[in-house]
Write a protein that binds this ligand. Structure first.
Ligand code: ZN
Ligand code: ZN
Length: 138
């Protein structure tokens, strides 16, 4: 890999690590592009894929969303907001080994919780999605 590639890789890695939102490749590109307009979209996507393969970053295949990337490679869990899709880190949960592995060799276990983020929770409390019985009159 030449110098230019190494430099671009460093920039992309640093940008991802500074974003705590578990961004999609598109969001990483936007941020990288803002600061370094010469780095192309395809470079950002390619480098993210490469770093994920090499274990320098995590690729999260979360339910119901595009692949997201995580600069935090320490063992941890995730919670995803079912309304806005925000993802936050939570401390790892110790999982026991199942009695039956269906013949599979288990290598890893990713725990993903689903719920409401603080912002969406607040918004819901302010205006409930469904009005209480009897409020609406025809
Ligand atoms: Zn939310
Ligand atoms: Zn994370």
């Amino acid at each position: 890999m030449d110098r230019r590639n190494t430099l671009q890789k460093e920039i992309i890695h640093r940008t991802l690590c500074e974003m705590c939102s578990h961004p999609t490749a598109a969001a990483v590109y936007e941020e990288v592009h803002r600061l370094h307009p010469t780095i192309s979209r395809s470079t950002v996507y390619r480098v993210l894929g490469q770093m994920a393969e090499e274990g320098q970053i995590l690729r999260l295949g979360l339910a119901g969303s595009d692949d997201r990337y995580d600069g935090n490679i320490h063992r941890h869990g995730h919670v995803r907001c079912r309304l806005c899709g925000a993802v936050a880190d939570i401390p790892p949960v110790a999982m026991g080994k199942p009695e039956d592995t269906a013949g599979y060799l288990l290598e890893d276990c990713a725990v993903e919780y689903c719920g409401l983020c603080p912002d969406c929770l607040k918004r819901q409390e302010e205006k409930p999605l469904s009005p209480p019985e009897g409020v609406r009159k025809a």
